[in-house]
Design a protein around this ligand. Structure first.
Ligand code: ADE
Ligand code: ZN
Length: 344
């Protein structure tokens, strides 16, 4: 893969189109739909609704935040500007058409109905808008996409259970997973056990953010009480050998987002990131960008830096993609087709 440092500073449609396409096909399991919106796009959408996002975006055109709590706050305030079904269609199509052109063949997106409902957008309208945009991106660029419903931890247990109930009542072929993000220090994973059991009952694959801000105990509690097959981040498993052995034995997939971890201060820099150590310990690791413009990253950069900083070869990068597809929440037939694209 080629690395062009000049392209690393910002993820914009222009940059994505200027970069040579990745030679290794990529697959992304961990990406927040609202978190894909670039400051330029946020301003454009804000302008549609007469909103001034000046307190969210600084004079250099970057999101304005300095720590995890501020990031979550700015994230919510930016997401509040996305307030019509058309906005949701546009941000979905914008992101997936861009990353498809950079070499991503499969993407799962965390979609937060709790954000949309604040604007009176019903669950079904939201899912319809996002899934139509995903289908259009597939028709135009061949990328396959699916939706993971995401509960926001600091919005509480009741909202998470309501979300799982909605999934139960309104099954949709593009809604294939259930996850939880937000403030990891708010409540415990086991508090959400009922929501996860309901989501599992609705046939959804399960993942949860853990071991990002909080330590190994958050991953243990997630494994024990939420019955997930994947962990969002999970990087702090590196602090606990027995936990790593358990993750390895249970073949749990980690959705690792190095750029996000550095930006949020989970690790001081890429060289200190445990990506290599997690792989060397036999864990099933994938690479994602989380909230790309917030963290000044994007998928191609994540793959390139795994190579340039951690010494992974193209075959190793392909393994990240294969693992992502194996752990994806789409149906078996879709997985087979995606895996055959890797073998081609
Ligand atoms: N919501 C959006 N991005 C997130 C992250 N990195 N961690 C927790 N919640 C999030
Ligand atoms: Zn995340």
């Amino acid at each position: 893969m080629s690395a062009d440092p000049q392209m690393r500073s910002e993820f914009t449609p222009e940059n994505a189109r200027k970069r040579p396409k990745s030679s290794v096909p990529m697959a992304e399991l961990h990406c927040h739909l609202e978190g894909t919106v670039s400051p330029v796009m946020a301003m454009r959408i804000g302008a549609r609704h007469g909103l001034d996002l000046g307190d969210v975006i600084d004079g250099d055109g970057h999101y304005r935040w300095a720590n995890f709590a501020e990031f979550l706050d700015i994230y919510d305030r930016m997401a509040a500007a996305i307030c019509t079904p058309e906005d949701y269609y546009d941000i979905t199509y914008d992101y997936y058409s861009k990353v498809a052109q950079s070499g991503v063949i499969y993407g799962e997106s965390f979609v937060s109905p709790d954000h949309a409902i604040q604007h009176g957008i019903s669950y079904q309208t939201l899912i319809d808008s996002v899934s139509r945009a995903m289908q259009q991106a597939e028709r135009d660029f061949g990328i396959v996409c699916r939706i993971i419903l995401i509960a926001v931890r600091h919005y509480g247990v009741e909202k998470a259970e309501k979300l799982a109930d909605l999934a139960h009542k309104h099954p949709h072929p593009f809604v294939t997973g259930f996850g939880m993000g937000g403030d990891e220090q708010f409540l415990w994973p086991h508090d959400f056990a009922k929501a996860y059991a309901m989501a599992s009952d609705a046939g959804l694959g399960l993942t949860a953010h853990a071991g990002e801000v909080c330590g190994p105990e958050s991953i243990r509690d997630t494994l024990e009480s939420l019955k997930v097959s994947r962990i969002g981040h999970g990087v702090r498993a590196i602090e606990d050998d027995a936990l790593m052995a358990e993750l390895r034995d249970r073949e749990i997939i980690l959705e690792v987002c190095p750029g996000s971890n550095i930006a949020l201060g989970v690790h001081p820099d890429l060289a200190a990131h445990p990506l290599r150590a997690l792989v060397d310990n036999g864990l099933r690791v994938t690479l994602s960008s989380d909230d790309p413009p917030f963290f000044h990253t994007h998928m191609q950069q994540e793959y390139e830096q795994a190579q340039s900083v951690h010494g992974f070869k193209d075959a190793d990068l392909l393994r990240f993609t294969r693992t992502a597809i194996e752990g994806a929440f789409c149906d078996a037939d879709t997985k087979e087709k995606l895996l055959s694209r890797l073998n081609a």
